[in-house]
Design a protein around this ligand. Sequence first.
Ligand code: ADP
Length: 483
Amino acid sequence: MRVLHVAAEAYPLLKTGGLADVVAALPAAQRARGGHVRVLLPGFPAMLAGVADLRTVASLGPAFGAGRIDLLLGSMPDSGVPVYVIDAPFLYDRPGNPYLAPDGGNWADNHLRFALLGWTAAQLAGGRLDPDWQAQVLHCHDWHAALAPAYLAARPGPRPPTVFTIHNLAYQGLFDASVFSSLALPQHFFHLSGLEFHGQVSFLKAGLVHAQRITTVSPTYAREILEAAQGEGLDGMIRQRAAVLSGILNGVDPQVWNPATDLALTANYTQDDRAGKARCKADLQAKLGLDVEPGAALLAVVSRLTHQKGLDLVLDSLDAILAQGAQLAVLGSGDPHLEQAFAGACRAHAGRVAVHLGYDELLAHRMVAGADLLLVPSRFEPCGLTQLYALRYGTLPLVRRVGGLADTVVDAEADAMASGRATGFVFEPATVAGFQHALQRSLEAWRHPALWQRLIGQAMAQDFSWTGAASQYDLLYQEVCRA
Ligand code: ADP
């Protein structure tokens, strides 16, 4: 099957969150299964610098304010998956974060920057740009790519079916109504049952309305977004499309996240020989300026610092963590208030709390390997990847029972312990008391090394491979092509 994935980020070229991991790993897994898969990305500087063997296949401009627009084709540095890159310097040649200007606000022309992505995807998938390759299915990821199904719907004639995957419903690509006229879409698309959302233009709604199939990145999240609590104001609209909505769980890329081969680690280890994990912990404690104590449970957070991630519960539980002799290590960036609060905790508790503000891929690997527990107390979580990485690295996840976290971590309660299914600690209410109850149980387990090792063994035995997800997407593509 020939599939074109369209997205704004892809690891290792450019990553701000889990989306990039998925856009790298899913096409690679599909290719390994014999799929003829390609990816389309905006030509941010990191894409142009990182994609191998780029050559021009078409010229597109002018459009969306950009004079020169070239469509280039190369391949992903790791997997060799073919990648189209839209080279439009006027819109994309900007340093730093792909969405935010240096002042921290959105780029004022983001509607044009991501309209170009969707528009090019529609041209390419419709077979107009690359005579050598035509997609049978167009697979769009998140709001950045969500206009593509609308551009296809606006075109007469045959067109490939589209799949739209929601990686996070909270990010919708909302713009002032005045931008609609610059998107080159028919005026009647700006309507309650189209792209209009409370008087604004919603890119995400374009995907929800015009794609033939909608997926989210876990089965539980697919159910949750049908209700007001997690529906972000779109649950009514999503319920209307419930018949074409499904959840497919993300996987782990074993080339990138594997404790047996991970070059970022001081020592490698496997499920059967875990000696290296203790060395990773000691090394991490030393590197972060924590007291090097093998007996102190090391709790880690590797996360964007946003309200979604529920890390205020961790901050409010700091005394309880420290009172039980545990340590806390945080790697993250985001909300300035959360950044300041964690930095303050670090200053106040030298040797017991370490905080690294910023984005650091290498340190993320070292923390996932060296910690004993990974904290993911999210208010909502479409899938969550860090808990999957933690399981694979034998670091027990402590998570809230929500979204993909609920689908991937089995709480260490009596039944699950007895049947050997337990892999972590799960709590329900998003409250300090709820979090601390799970914390208490996890630190209790920590004090019983044999029990703890059994849990690590069960966690490391989990198999969240991309192969399973890739075969589910294949089935979906086949269905959508038959429809
Ligand atoms: P989200 O996509 O909501 O941010 P996920 O758990 O799905 O959450 O994916 C987060 C990804 O980003 C993981 O690969 C995680 O390791 C990585 N990550 C998050 N914060 C940082 C950071 N500060 N430094 C390095 N990697 C990070």
